[in-house]
Design a protein around this ligand. Structure first.
Ligand SMILES: [Cu+2]
Length: 654
């Protein structure tokens, strides 16, 4: 999110929870319970009416669409006859494959699909994603498949010969050290099902690289997966040559190839690394890891009894099968792939035992392709301490933390009394079909607190909200630029072609209402069928130039104001976490409201309908990507380059 102050967080939640819900639950994700979402009345106004009206319009439209569906179906000429609806326990609305009579067809039974999946297999499985409860698949879409070939890791590989993935281990490195980092195929067992996936050094998440601030390390990357790859050091202001962007800073590393990165860590905090090639596949299949950069200051953070990494991810599974990816182009191009199994540190359930009164520092990273989280700790008092690239000006008590893809937050949580605290993602689900919102709570794990008192007892330090004067002083020199006119303006929108007619009809009505943030996939059928061949996500500048055609230069040492507007009238408006490589930036205002407590960021969520002003400290010369961090949106073109021209005049630092 742009910033966790109460205003913004409440806005996201409040605006999407305005409607009186039917309290329907989506049978899509993990363990759930009817939960309470923090409430506020501050934003109950026009949008309420709009959402209600939208719901009514949508229900009418849905009826109309059902009536027109045979027409749509006929026009679309599905590649296979519509399948018979079948009941599947716990997955209402799911449509299962019709009985196969033609044995020459390449389609395999679901159970065998993974082991035998060929990279050249047409993407012809029927709609594989469970539909939310009460939401039928749009009839005009039944039987259609995305126009791509199916891909899953490890085609033709015997899973039994692959190593079983392990949990992440800490790799402590000092200045000058070298690390071998290998992307490889592994076996992973999730909820009793075994899948072939990817891992760095056999670990999911990859090794936690822990380095002192200002260290420079060498990473020898070995690509041993079945796709080209690279490593991007997310949030790190490093030498441009090692930023890991194929076609911009390096060639992609072919399968079997190697590349040597030199990585310098100028800022303390929590960072992460992942490939910058087909993130929708490689990152989703397990290629992600954290870097924890330690400040030399002993009291950089307030004291805590314990540190924990929380890497949030979601995986899309159909019963016992991973849902394949598009080989030539990402599928799920409209909303991004939203998983139905939530994982923390690669496991479906996070557990921690703590002592009574213990202060636990959580370093949280959202590595999901598309999902935004609203995380809280069972009511335990929570302090937000730091964000992507720095600490906050001031520590702040928060009821929850909102993280869009790629964002990080550092929070201190004190577990005051013994008992069980649920770690939950509490959000507002959206049903695009009915135009309804409903509260949804997924339990990601639990912290069990013993009666034994924690020692030392940091109750007093925890109760103090520290001011980080060094951060405020550092930001002070940027304040004169806060109100300057924007140097660059980008509008976020989308263009589509050749989408199924039923999708187009539905979406034309769907935009009658919108949510600032979509927390779930409320239209999995339309989403699955959309690929980056049909959907182009767009950054459009003030000259009308789009994505990579934008010619954007800044002088090294300058301060660049970037204004981003997320057009709510686009074909499919949704939030976009916008990430800038190699620099740091401040979210100085949203919709004209100045941010009260600043933090240096590398990723900022732009809610639908909002205008967000970012101030970029263009300190690092080179060619730096600015893109949406929803993997499928990036795969559908939503990227441009900021050329930071060095003193020599060239944009390249090499
Ligand atoms: Cu996006």
């Amino acid at each position: 999110m742009t910033h966790i102050d109460a205003d913004t967080r409440e806005l996201f939640l409040a605006e999407s929870m305005r409607t009186r819900t039917r309290h329907e639950r989506f049978p899509m994700t993990g363990t759930r319970a009817q939960g309470v979402v923090p409430s506020t009345e501050r934003f109950a106004s026009i949008r309420d009416i709009r959402v209600f009206a939208g719901g009514v319009v949508l229900r009418m439209a849905a009826g109309l669409l059902l009536a027109c569906s045979s027409l749509a179906s006929a026009q679309q000429k599905p590649k296979r006859p519509p399948t018979k609806p079948d009941s599947m326990g716990g997955m209402p609305g799911m449509r299962m494959p019709a009985a196969k009579s033609d044995s020459s067809k390449k389609t395999k039974s679901k159970a065998a699909a993974h082991d035998t999946m060929s990279m050249d297999m047409p993407h012809d499985m029927p709609m594989p994603v469970p539909m939310p409860k009460g939401m039928p698949m749009i009839p005009g879409l039944v039987g259609l498949t995305p126009p791509v070939t199916s891909f899953l890791p490890g085609s033709g590989v015997d899973p039994k010969r692959l190593p079983l993935a392990t949990t992440s281990r800490i790799t402590r490195l000092k200045n000058g050290d070298t690390l071998d980092l290998t992307a490889q195929l592994v076996r992973r067992t999730i909820k009793g099902h075994t899948f072939v996936m990817y891992a760095f050094n056999g670990q999911v998440p990859g090794p936690l690289i822990r380095v002192p601030q200002n260290a420079t390390i060498t990473v020898r990357f070995h690509n041993r997966i079945d796709l080209p790859s690279t490593v991007h050091w997310h949030g790190v202001r490093l030498d441009n040559r090692f930023d890991g962007v194929p076609g911009l800073t390096q060639d992609s590393v072919r399968a079997g190839g190697d590349f040597v990165y030199t990585v310098h860590f100028p800022d303390a905090g929590i960072y992460w690394y992942h490939p910058h090639v087909r993130e929708d596949i490689e990152q989703a299949m397990g290629l992600y890891g954290n870097v924890l950069v330690d400040s030399p200051e002993h009291d950089y953070y307030a004291p805590a009894n314990r540190e924990q990494m929380l890497v949030l991810d979601d995986l899309l599974i159909n019963a016992d099968t991973l849902i394949p990816f598009g080989k030539e182009a990402p599928d799920f191009a409209l909303m991004g792939r939203v998983g139905n199994v939530l994982t923390v540190n690669g496991e479906p359930r996070y557990t921690l035992r703590a002592k009574r009164g213990e202060v636990v520092r959580f370093f949280i990273t959202n590595v999901s392709s598309s999902r935004t989280y609203n995380l809280s700790f069972g009511g335990a008092p929570t302090k937000v301490v730091a964000g992507d690239v720095s600490r906050f000006e001031r520590e702040e008590r928060v009821p929850s933390v909102v993280l869009a893809p790629a964002e990080r937050y550092v929070v201190d949580v004190r577990f005051e009394s013994s008992g069980k605290y649920a770690v939950v993602n509490a959000i507002q689900a959206i049903n695009h079909y009915a135009g309804e919102f409903s509260p949804e709570v997924d339990t990601l794990g639990a912290v069990t607190v013993d009666a034994t008192p924690a020692a030392p007892d940091y109750a007093k330090q925890f109760a103090t909200l520290r001011s980080n004067d060094a951060v405020a002083r550092d930001i002070e020199r940027f304040r004169p630029f806060f109100d300057k006119p924007p140097d660059k303006t980008l509008t976020l929108t989308v263009a589509t072609n050749a989408l199924p007619l039923a999708t187009v009809q539905f979406m034309n009505v769907d935009t009658a209402y919108y949510a600032p943030v979509e927390w779930v996939d409320g239209m999995p059928d339309m989403n699955w069928l959309s690929t980056s061949k049909q959907v182009r996500w767009i950054l459009r500048d003030e000259h009308g130039k789009e994505n990579m055609d934008i010619d954007w230069h800044a002088q090294q040492g300058s301060v660049v104001k970037l204004r981003i507007f997320n057009d709510p009238k686009s074909f499919h408006p949704m939030q976009h976490p916008i990430h800038l490589h190699g620099q740091r930036m401040l979210v100085v205002s949203r919709d004209g409201v100045p941010t009260k407590n600043l933090v240096w960021k590398d990723t900022a969520i732009i809610p639908v309908g909002s205008t967000v002003d970012l101030l970029i400290d263009a300190s690092n010369p080179g060619d730096w990507m600015l893109h949406c961090h929803i993997a499928e949106h990036l795969g559908a073109g939503m990227m441009t380059v900021l050329h930071v021209d060095g003193a020599g005049g060239g944009g390249k630092s090499r």
